[in-house]
Design a protein around this ligand. Structure first.
Ligand code: LLP
Length: 398
């Protein structure tokens, strides 16, 4: 999307338009999305796994806008959801229930009831307690459940600690022993629960593909054990988590790394199951969005220069929460010298920053900034803190 900065590059067909035109006359921040890029990423994912029977279950949590969900359905994919709200959003956007999988450690009675009633493809079980609850509900509703075990492969993935999920000390997934307990329950209630697969998700924003290789190596013995015990598995879910290069925005490098990821997965899943499931979120949607922010003030103190904009951590919490870096570019470049600045929002907290100590070309009040790679985990994690309304979401090309 940053290609559209300035006035030489255009998007859309008729009328032609560029970001400069898009922000003209606006006053409020806005998420701007490019659906074409999403479609390209989806196709890139599919072609990397050509020949391998697989399904993409887009991780709705990354960005739940119905336009993305509808496109996933058109392209033949499904959804990975982690709440009743996401399940409902997927259904409302036309995702057929038989293309939905449901992960998460805290599924409530009401959420499981909805999942069983509409007959989703698979519930990824994350505890013995959940297994019991699913069996009870399935029996009460007269709707058999298809379940997979979300295995915790005890991999210490290299990413921000808040978004690593595959180590033994994390709340996610279950170990082999707990799987065995669940299997005993499954045998007792074979009419109400069908064990269809094993699933994994070791964390998010992982760029070292060796982490995925290790997870798959650690999971193979469990799959073998399940087969030995007579469970015919039809799915193997490798989760999501493949990361992008936020710092450089270097998509070519990212796609090279994605090719390595595909190789690692192909090798790691050999012989595991008929259908491989993927749950990508960020890789598909992060680069499809920018957050457009208007400069309210440029405030210079003896210590720092603050570029104060009309958006902040309430609309993009990643810098504040994970010390994440998002590139920031003026929509229209001025000729003046660049300065080292903090880009901050209007909220009443010092955590409310979008970037600290970055070099930014000269900007003035009323200028617009594009905050890059805000397609994933921006709007979906946004709040109305300080009673600022949610920004609009718009598509340049649908
Ligand atoms: N599957 C499961 C079970 C997940 O928990 C997640 C992400 C995904 C798939 C998709 O992961 P992705 O391909 O997008 O990495 N808010 C954080 C990311 C949290 C991810 C949580 N789970 C961030 O802004 O970086």
């Amino acid at each position: 999307l940053l290609d559209y900065i300035g006035d030489s590059l255009h998007f859309g067909r008729e009328p032609q338009c560029c970001l400069r035109d898009f922000v003209a006359g606006r006053t409020e921040p806005c998420y701007l999305y490019d659906l074409r890029h999403f479609t390209e990423r989806y196709r890139c994912f599919r072609s990397a796994f050509a020949g391998l029977p697989h399904t993409i279950h887009y991780a709705v949590k990354a960005n739940a806008h119905p336009v993305f969900l509808r496109r996933v359905v058109e392209l033949g994919g499904g959804a990975d959801v982690v709440s009743g709200g996401e399940l409902q959003r997927a259904l409302d956007s036309g995702v057929p229930p038989e293309r939905v999988i449901f992960s998460g450690v805290g599924k409530s009675h009401a959420e499981l009831r909805l999942a069983l009633t509409c007959g989703i493809k698979q519930i990824n079980v994350e505890s013995v307690g959940e297994m019991r609850r699913i069996i009870d509900l399935a029996e009460a509703l007269g709707r058999p459940a298809r379940i997979a075990f979300r295995f915790n492969p005890s991999v210490d993935a290299e990413t921000h600690p808040y978004i690593a999920t595959g180590f033994r000390s994390h709340k996610f997934g279950i170990d082999a022993e707990a799987v065995m307990t669940c299997l005993a329950l499954a045998r007792q209630s074979a009419r109400w629960v069908q064990v269809v697969g094993v699933s994994l998700h070791i964390g998010s924003q992982i760029v070292d593909v060796e982490n995925f290789a290790e997870a798959l190596r650690n999971t193979r013995p469990l799959v073998a054990a399940l087969r030995e015990q007579g469970f015919a598995l039809s799915t193997f879910d490798v989760g999501g988590g493949f990361g992008i290069h936020y710092d450089t925005g270097d998509e070519a490098r990212e796609l090279e790394n994605f090719a390595r990821y595909a190789e690692v997965i192909r090798q790691g899943v050999q012989g595991l199951a008929g259908e491989i499931l993927f749950e990508p979120g960020r890789f598909l949607v992060a680069r499809c969005g920018v957050l457009l922010a208007r400069v309210e003030y440029v405030k210079t103190t003896p210590y720092k220069t603050f570029v104060i904009v009309n958006t902040g951590m309430h609309h993009l919490i990643r810098p504040a929460l994970y010390q994440a870096h998002h590139r920031i570019l003026p929509v229209v470049q001025r000729a003046g010298p660049s300065r080292v600045v903090d880009v901050v929002g209007p909220l009443c907290e010092s955590s409310d920053f979008l970037a600290q100590g970055i070099e930014l070309p000269e900007v003035r009040e009323g200028d617009w900034l594009a905050i890059a790679d805000a397609g994933a985990y921006a709007r979906s994690m946004a709040s109305e803190y300080n009673l600022h309304p949610f920004p609009d979401e718009e598509f340049i090309v649908e």
